[in-house]
Design a protein around this ligand. Structure first.
Ligand code: IMP
Length: 179
């Protein structure tokens, strides 16, 4: 795996510290509220697991899985829900947890989809934000790190299902995804 990596962009230690901060902020903001944390599979599974443990108030955990049609390194904005939530969202505070916001199309789709279920509020936490590639405006309420326009892997993020178990956020050598 390591030979496919150009360099480390964000270390495991930096990620750990940031998740601690985000968890503390979320706990403060949702204290006394009925919070449902929704992790988006598969990319956000690892971030969501760590963030959920950094939240110190009562909260429920659920997952969704959606597919986006298009090439492996591009998002098209056309999505299909493969796994939906178990619980009702009516009147509850929902926190969507994503790995990375790139074009913003996935978050836009999710917000529209989930808002139809009458939540009291809908917020977004994303480990990474790649604003240079945005196609639609989205608000990220809890943001880990801004990243430049490189294809990154690790901490749940993949290329062709590989590299999710790298502990740092790493820049993949372009020849890997261009070949
Ligand atoms: P968006 O809809 O363009 O914002 O894309 C969001 C999804 O694209 C993320 O949940 C990732 O699965 C994937 N993605 C975008 N950029 C990267 C990247 O640099 N590495 C790995 N996956 C990425």
């Amino acid at each position: 795996m390591q030979q496919d990596i150009e360099r480390v962009l964000i270390t495991e230690e930096q990620i750990r510290e940031k998740i601690k901060e985000l968890g503390a902020q979320i706990s403060e903001d949702f204290r006394g509220k009925d919070l449902v944390v929704v992790g988006i599979l598969k990319g956000a599974a690892l971030f969501c697991a760590d963030l959920f443990r950094a939240i110190s108030i009562p909260a429920e955990l659920d997952f969704m899985r959606i597919t986006s049609y298009g090439a492996a390194t591009k998002s098209t904005g056309v999505h299909r829900v493969l796994l939906d939530l178990d619980y009702t969202l009516e009147g509850r505070h929902v926190l969507i947890v994503e790995d990375i916001v790139d074009t913003g199309l996935t978050i836009k789709f999710l917000k529209e989809y989930l808002s139809q279920r009458g939540p009291a509020s809908l917020s977004v936490a994303a480990l990474l934000d790649k604003p240079s590639r945005r196609k639609v405006e989205v608000t990220i309420d809890y943001r880990g790190f801004e990243v430049p326009d490189f294809f990154v892997v690790g901490m749940g993020l993949d290329y062709a299902e590989k590299y999710r178990n790298l502990r740092d956020i790493c820049i993949l050598k372009p020849e890997i995804y261009k070949s």
